[in-house]
Ligand binder design. Structure first.
Ligand SMILES: Cc1cc2nc3c(=O)[nH]c(=O)nc-3n(C[C@H](O)[C@H](O)[C@H](O)COP(=O)(O)OP(=O)(O)OC[C@H]3O[C@@H](n4cnc5c(N)ncnc54)[C@H](O)[C@@H]3O)c2cc1C
Length: 492
């Protein structure tokens, strides 16, 4: 099955029209609206793409494609804004061609050709960016734009059982990676919601954040060493369990969002697969009690695998609550020891904050916790369906210290709801309102969704000026002609 060129997943996957309409009816009932109309998903024969400005040289012809499907698939990411533009027929920045290298050597050949031809190169992993990170909107200063799709670099190359780590290619998607590690009893245990269609290289390039991950949250924690091809040559860091030798060279690549080079492989720290589990979905009448319990558990040193707070609305939409109370999902996992004692202490903390702990189960897949998990895993498909119904659904994510959390939460909720009331129908204005408010209140424009082109205006306000200057200097050193993903993080 091919990946869809618009929307989440593979052709044939996701909600069918009847299911989408049923979802629309349900939400309309909840919100007191007329049942919405359903727009058809875009068809490839109706997609208009500008003429390609580049042709692949003969030596690369068999790994390059200019098929409309491939070009369309590599044009838009997966945010609300991307999905809405696709639905409205706005495919404004297609790549001129898509390259599918089968080896690191072929990555190097495409890179050399782009440099010689004056073409911009946009690395592409799973294409799940929600920050316009893969959209080849590179400006007019280039002969064209090439999307470099790493899907064939999908192997675990080497395993070091003693150190519990592996050398892994950058294009491997989450499930392909876990399939290769499972027979060894190992796992990376990095689960962004986009796990099914996002890649190791993409996670590293965007500093992604996992779920079931209150201790090792960001991919950064798992990287022992990383290897990238830059326009200036190979950039490979020494594989180490840790090091205090000056600023970390791997950190320059982690989060570089395709602007410095193509991450072709990395040595990753692994874990044994957990066999002990305990999970509870704790109901709270007050949101304040719920977040205080979340803080109590987070600061207790118990390190649950999952500690996720759903407000009353989110609990309702994921089937974990009835809309009258917030739900805190707490899950413990271990490969080594039973976890019931940890669960019992976390339950106590929740009770001290007013939580009701009705559902302590030995498996994370049961009850309200299981309902949340199922809804979460299907999130990408639900997102497509809601956009087709003309509904605005988007994820904002950020981070703030606990001392500022109550005012911050209230401020961003208020700004978002005000924008929803004033401008409903234009999702970009709602995003703008939330983003500006969270930057004003001292938060970050992204905790794990990356900067891309979409978050640039706020990122430019968040980072120190001298850091921006240092980043531009690093870019000049590694990519002097500025062909790597221009417009992301810094101006070319
Ligand atoms: C439904 C949904 C849920 C999501 N949930 C989460 C979540 O829970 N946590 C989270 O962190 N993110 C989440 N995201 C955002 C997205 O999945 C992450 O940013 C992810 O890390 C991107 O990986 P990818 O392989 O799809 O990268 P792509 O989208 O292909 O690329 C993202 C960026 O990384 C660069 N890049 C990709 N591969 C490489 C490489 N090998 N070398 C150099 N640069 C590269 C690209 O140029 C681009 O700038 C979600 C997105 C969706 C649509």
């Amino acid at each position: 099955m091919r990946r869809k060129f618009w929307g989440w997943g593979l052709e044939g996957q996701g909600l069918d029209d009847q299911e989408v309409l049923a979802l629309g009816g349900l939400l309309a009932g909840h919100l007191g609206l007329e049942p919405p109309d359903l727009r058809p998903a875009p068809r490839i024969e109706d997609v208009r793409l500008r003429q390609p400005r580049l042709q692949a040289p003969g030596a690369l012809a068999d790994i390059c494609s200019q098929e409309p499907w491939d070009r369309a698939e590599h044009t838009l990411g997966k945010s609300f804004d991307d999905l809405a533009r696709g639905l409205a027929g706005r495919w404004e920045h297609p790549p001129d061609l898509v390259a599918f290298p089968r080896s690191e050597t072929e990555v190097g050949s495409v890179l050399e050709w782009c440099a010689a031809a004056g073409a911009a190169m946009v690395p592409y992993g799973g294409g799940s960016s929600v920050a316009r990170g893969i959209e080849p909107d590179v400006g007019d200063g280039y002969a064209g734009a090439v999307s470099l799709d790493l899907r064939h670099l999908d192997r675990v190359l080497e395993v070091d059982r003693d150190s519990r780590s592996a050398r892994i290619q950058g294009g491997v998607l989450g499930p392909q990676l876990e399939e290769q590690l499972r027979p060894l009893g190992l796992t990376l245990r990095h689960f962004p919601q986009s796990f099914e269609f996002s890649s190791l290289g993409g996670w590293i390039a965007t500093r992604s954040g996992g779920h079931y991950a209150t201790l090792f949250t960001h991919i950064d924690e798992f990287v022992q060493g990383v290897r990238a091809l830059t326009p200036r040559g190979v950039y490979e860091t020494r594989r180490l369990p840790g090091s205090g030798a000056g600023p970390d060279p791997a950190r320059l690549l982690i989060g570089s969002e395709g602007t410095l080079g193509v991450i072709t492989e990395a040595w990753m720290r692994l874990q044994d697969r957990p066999v002990h589990r305990a999970s509870a979905a704790v109901a709270f009448a007050s949101f304040e009690g719920a977040w205080q319990a979340a803080r109590g558990v987070a600061q207790s040193g118990l390190w649950p695998a999952n500690c996720r707070l759903l407000d009353a609305n989110e609990a309702l939409l994921s089937g974990s609550g009835d809309g009258t109370h917030a739900v805190l999902i707490v899950t413990f996992e271990s490969a080594d020891h039973p976890v019931e004692a940890w669960m019992a202490r976390a339950a106590e903390i929740c009770r001290e904050c007013g939580g009701e702990v009705p559902d302590v189960s030995a498996t994370a897949r049961a009850g309200a916790a299981g309902a949340w998990r199922d809804a979460f895993v299907r999130g990408g498909h639900t997102h497509d369906a809601l956009v087709r119904l003309g509904m605005v659904q988007e994820t904002f994510e950020t981070a703030i210290t606990w001392d500022r959390f109550p005012d911050f939460h209230a401020g961003v909720m208020e700004a978002t709801q005000r924008a929803l009331r004033e401008v409903c129908g234009t999702g970009a204005a709602i995003k703008e309102a939330a983003s500006s408010e969270l930057i004003r209140l001292g938060g970050t424009i992204t905790h794990h969704h990356a900067v891309g082109r979409y978050h640039r205006p706020w990122y430019d306000r968040e980072r120190p000026d001298l850091f921006a200057e240092a980043l531009r200097a690093a870019k000049r050193a590694l990519d002097p002609a500025a062909i790597m993903n221009p417009g992301v993080l810094i101006d070319p």
